[in-house]
Design a protein. Structure first.
Length: 391
């Protein structure tokens, strides 16, 4: 009896100790848990509120009647709320071939020193002549830039940019520092330029300079969408929580954005809007305070203010690269993180034989199996969701 009691006490002790240890571990990991699980759960439940009510757009509304600059100051001339152009091409969208038929105005967000990336894009997916002669579509590819943030290097980099633009004529540069926290200024540049000089383009796309765009697939997709209204398509982030860790690049303080969830938005790596949406976003940039420096989130706030919600397309990428495989190339639209292999990927991904792999019953079965392997098994960190295997 006495022995038994002692044994029970011993068991309880062990239990108590393990519980204590577990609690300690949870507490040590709590911060991580909080950021990655709790804040996502909280924000996802909150998301409904952010997307349904208009407290967000009223809190971002600019109170004065004057257009504002990126830094919140009112522009002196009362004119368009943006920085002066250093390099501009007002006639870039005037159609040389047949008026009124520009399918896509594609802005690549680049930085002054990224000459190599721009060159790779011009040689591959950004080649307007290729798109015209091979795909029969009229697109314009422009690079959106600010000025080099380092005052010492700025003059020489700027000279190189003028030189580059003399050769290719495809840079659009405004006089703001090209930094991460000025990305919203670059977003405003794109929509203002598009509104002013290219309002007849049927679609506008914004893309990073380290993504790969499968132009043949994109053009095919857009041609099927002709006449589309209210289209905003990309890789959608739903109910994403603001990052509150100070060390993070994406840190947003409570003063700037007090709510636990952003409105739904598409990843800034690459998304497309139809002409009517581009016009609405332009108007939103005039009405809303642009102090939110994460550009794709700001885009979400603008869109919400205009009553537009984003659409998911499985083959637009988020953060990661697409798996390298012909069965994937057949459908891919964008893939992120290709600073160095754009040329080789362009060669293989747009090769005419790509579409042969899934031909016939056997081919179809083979590609389905490959896509399930690549997109649905957990050990592959892919940018496309598993649903992509079944569409
Ligand atoms: C504000 O948000 C609501 C709800 O999302 C939306 O319907 C409305 O059009 C928005 N815009 C303005 C300018 O109030
Ligand atoms: C924009 O918001 C910021 C931060 O919330 C504020 O400091 C600034 O005064 C606002 N600017 C305008 C023009 O409303
Ligand atoms: C762009 O495409 C055209 C037509 O296919 C081709 O002749 C030209 O060499 C390409 N330009 C570059 C820079 O690759
Ligand atoms: C954005 O650009 C403006 C104009 O050059 C500059 O004054 C400001 O400091 C820049 N902001 C950031 C966060 O780099």
């Amino acid at each position: 009896m006495f022995m038994n009691f002692r044994r029970i006490r011993k068991c309880q002790c062990v239990q108590l100790l393990t519980t204590g240890l577990l609690l300690c571990m949870v507490m040590v990991c709590w911060e991580e848990l909080d950021h990655h699980v709790v804040s996502h759960m909280r924000s996802y439940t909150y998301r409904y509120l952010v997307n349904s009510y208009d407290f967000l757009n009223s809190s971002f509304a600019v109170t004065s009647n004057h257009p504002q600059r990126k830094d919140g100051s009112v522009s002196a001339d009362g004119g368009l709320a943006s920085y002066p152009y250093l390099i501009d091409h007002p006639r870039k969208c005037v159609d040389r071939r047949s008026r009124s038929s520009i399918l896509l105005l594609l802005f690549v967000k680049s930085s002054p020193e990224n000459f190599e990336r721009r060159q790779a894009i011009r040689d591959t997916w950004g080649n307007e002549s290729f798109v015209w002669s091979e795909l029969g579509a009229n697109v314009r590819v422009l690079f959106a830039l600010g000025v080099h943030p380092d005052a010492e290097r700025r003059p020489s980099v700027q000279r190189a940019l003028f030189q580059e633009d003399r050769v290719y004529g495809d840079l659009i540069q405004q006089n703001f520092l090209d930094t991460f926290h000025n990305l919203t200024a670059k977003l405003v540049l794109q929509f203002h330029w598009g509104h002013k000089y290219c309002p007849h383009a049927r679609f506008l796309m914004s893309a990073d300079d380290d993504i790969f765009v499968h132009m043949p697939n994109l053009v095919k997709y857009l041609q099927q969408q002709s006449g589309a209204k209210d289209l905003w398509v990309g890789h959608v982030h739903r109910g994403a929580p603001p990052v509150r860790r100070k060390e993070s690049k994406y840190h947003v303080p409570e003063e700037l954005y007090p709510w636990p969830s952003y409105p739904d938005y598409t990843a800034g790596a690459g998304y497309v809007v139809s002409a009517d949406v581009a016009t609405k976003i332009y108007h939103a940039t005039l009405l809303l305070n642009s102090s939110m420096y994460i550009d794709d989130v700001f885009m979400g706030i603008c869109a919400k203010a205009m009553g537009i919600s984003p659409q998911e397309h499985v083959y637009f990428s988020g953060e990661a690269k697409a798996p390298y495989h012909p069965c994937i190339y057949e459908h891919m639209i964008t893939s992120h993180g290709h600073a160095t292999d754009v040329r080789s990927l362009w060669q293989v991904a747009t090769h005419p034989t790509v579409y042969r792999h899934s031909r016939g019953f056997i081919g179809n079965l083979y590609c389905k199996a490959v896509k399930v392997m690549l997109l649905c098994l957990p050990h592959y960190q892919s940018t496309y969701s598993c649903i992509g295997a079944f569409t």
